[in-house]
Write a protein that binds this ligand. Structure first.
Ligand code: ATR
Length: 275
């Protein structure tokens, strides 16, 4: 069988680990998947997507800065993409219409809950940041039924807007919004979804949010311990994780959406750590 074509679209995109991850999935599952990286011009994402599917491409992942555009140009959105306001996965349905999905939220939940065995049900969770990355994961996190979810952000109004947007999905959970200076009690789980570390910054949150049992998850990843996770370790967090597991899990979910086959992820995470 000849290979079917998939790709990640971004700008820049050369740093993306997605081609490596999906090649490992293809090897592991025997699926006939060829996966490349495409740099779209900043002013022609839609044209790049159209051209890819016209050439017979089967599916796309979408990364910075096009996730919101991917959501906008789609003919249909899955419910989880609809709420996320952004899409990282595109494909054509049987009628040839463009469908947008978002697998980021499932990715972080699978990594925390299944791989790291961190219970989210009943947990008190602090989420730092209120941008696109955080909006993309709030639905699946709330679906785990935490006891409380606090969104803290530099621009408090954006945290408040997200708390309002997701209030209907909170179920029995208390959902609240505040600035970084407000939380002072330890949380069970802290998720850093700010882009502060891209500038080598830390969100200025009190070290009192970390207790002896606190698990910290930085949605960023890097070869070395991330700036945020180092700060958490310096303040005696119980365990810290970076976003590599989330990256591999969102990729696995996209692979499943496209191929109907769910790859095993642990060995892929290990391969990437050793790259
Ligand atoms: P992304 O797609 O990564 O979420 P974004 O939508 O631009 O990007 O959101 C970036 C998030 O990181 C926001 O919550 C932003 O705070 P503001 O909403 O106040 O802008 C946060 N952020 C970025 N740089 C930061 C910094 N130096 N300190 C704290 N928070 C920062």
């Amino acid at each position: 069988m000849s290979n079917e074509l998939y790709a990640v679209v971004g700008n820049p995109v050369s740093h993306s680990k997605s081609p490596r991850i999906h090649s490992l999935f293809a090897c592991e599952t025997g699926e006939p998947v060829e996966y490349t990286a495409i740099q779209a011009p900043l002013d022609d994402f839609a044209g790049t997507v159209r051209h890819f599917f016209e050439r017979g491409g089967k599916g796309l992942n979408v990364t910075v800065p096009f996730k919101e555009q991917a959501w906008t140009i789609a003919d249909h959105r899955t419910p989880r993409a609809e709420k996320a306001g952004a899409a990282n996965t595109l494909y054509l349905d049987n009628a040839g219409e463009l469908v947008a999905d978002n697998t980021d939220g499932v990715g972080i939940v699978r990594d925390l809950r299944d791989n790291q065995k961190v219970p989210l049900k009943g947990a008190r969770i602090l989420v730092l940041g209120a941008g696109g990355a955080v909006r993309g994961v709030l639905g699946p996190i709330l679906a785990e039924q935490p006891a409380a979810l606090t969104i803290a952000n530099r621009t408090v109004a954006k945290a408040e807007a997200l708390a309002h947007l997701f209030a209907g999905e909170a179920g029995a959970a208390t959902i609240s919004a505040c600035g970084f200076d407000q939380p002072e009690q330890p949380f069970d789980v802290i998720i850093n979804g700010t882009s502060a570390s891209l500038q080598g910054d830390l969100p200025p949150v009190s070290a009192n949010v970390i207790g002896p049992d606190t698990v910290v998850y930085d949605m960023m990843y890097s070869l070395q311990t991330t700036t945020f996770n180092q700060w958490a370790l310096d303040n005696n967090a119980h365990r810290v994780f970076d976003g590599l597991g989330m990256l591999v899990e969102q990729a696995a979910e996209s692979f499943y959406v496209w191929r109907g086959v769910r790859p095993e992820t642990a060995s892929v995470v290990e391969e990437l750590r050793n790259d």
